[in-house]
Design a binder for this molecule. Structure first.
Ligand code: MN
Length: 221
C-alpha cells in the first residue's frame, strides 16, 4: 500500500494548490515524466534515509530505511532543484532535500550528540508545539511566519548535520539542532524539521509555509 498522510493533502488544498501523489516507481525517468506535470514539490515526512546517500555507513541508532522512497524522493528533489521548481521538505523531506543537494545528516541525534539534546521525539500530542526555535533575521522563514522565534512540534530523531552547499540553516533549536534550511540560489527550496501540517489547526501562522509553496508554484507556471 502506498499512502501519504491526509494532513499534507488538506494543507496543499487549503493553500489553493492541487495535490498529486506520486508513487515510488522503479525508473527515475518515469518519476520525471510524472513531475513534468507539477508546478511544485512537497517532500513529506517518513522513515530514515539510507546513510549511503550521504557517504556514511549505518550507525547503531539508525532506524528503518525504505530504498524505494529514497529513490523516489531523492529523484524528485533533484528534479526540482535542477529546474528551480519550488520545493518544500517536511521533517524527513527536509533531510531528503539536504541530502539531494549534497549535505549530510545526523543518523540519530541523541547518540551522535551524546544525549545532550532536547526531546525531539515528543510524547505530547502530535500537533502540540513542544520546543522553541530561533529564526534567522531576513530569512525566508522569518518572512513566512512573521516572527524570529516560534514554538514547533518535534517528531524526528534524525536532523541536518551539514547544510548542503548553497543552503543555510535559518532556524535552530536551543540545543543547536538545525530546524530549517533554505537555498540561497533557488526561488523556493526550503526544508522544515517540524510538521506544520499537524499544527495548522492550532497555530494558523504555520499555514503560511504551504501558502508560500503554492504561491511560488503558481508563479513558476
Ligand atoms: Mn525538533
Amino acid at each position: 500500500m502506498y499512502y501519504v498522510k491526509e494532513a499534507y493533502v488538506r494543507c496543499i488544498e487549503a493553500a489553493g494548490g492541487i495535490p498529486l501523489l506520486v508513487p515510488p516507481l522503479q525508473a527515475e525517468g518515469d518519476i520525471q515524466e510524472i513531475l513534468k506535470s507539477v508546478d511544485g514539490v512537497l517532500l513529506p515526512g517518513g522513515v530514515d534515509i539510507d546513510p549511503v546517500h550521504f557517504g556514511e555507513e549505518p550507525r547503531e541508532g539508525l532506524g528503518r530505511v525504505e530504498p524505494s522512497w529514497d529513490r523516489l524522493e531523492l529523484a524528485a528533489a533533484r528534479y526540482a532543484l535542477v529546474r528551480d521548481l519550488p520545493i518544500l521538505g517536511i521533517c524527513r523531506g527536509a533531510q531528503v532535500l539536504n541530502v539531494a543537494a549534497g549535505g549530510s545528516l545526523y543518523q540519530d541525534i541523541s547518540s551522535e550528540t551524546r544525549g545532550e539534546c532536547l526531546q525531539h521525539s515528543q510524547k505530547a500530542p502530535r500537533w502540540y508545539a513542544t520546543h522553541s526555535i530561533k529564526i534567522e533575521r531576513e530569512s525566508l522563514l522569518e518572512k513566512m511566519l512573521g516572527m524570529q522565534a516560534v514554538r514547533v512540534n518535534s517528531h524526528h530523531h534524525q536532523a541536518v548535520k551539514m547544510p548542503a552547499p548553497g543552503f543555510r540553516a535559518t532556524a535552530v533549536s536551543a540545543d543547536g539542532i538545525i530546524e530549517c534550511i533554505e537555498s540561497e540560489h533557488h526561488r523556493f527550496a526550503c526544508g522544515v524539521q517540524w510538521h506544520p501540517e499537524l499544527m495548522v489547526e492550532h497555530y494558523p501562522e504555520q499555514m503560511e509555509i504551504f501558502r508560500h509553496l503554492v504561491r511560488c508554484a503558481a508563479e513558476a507556471k
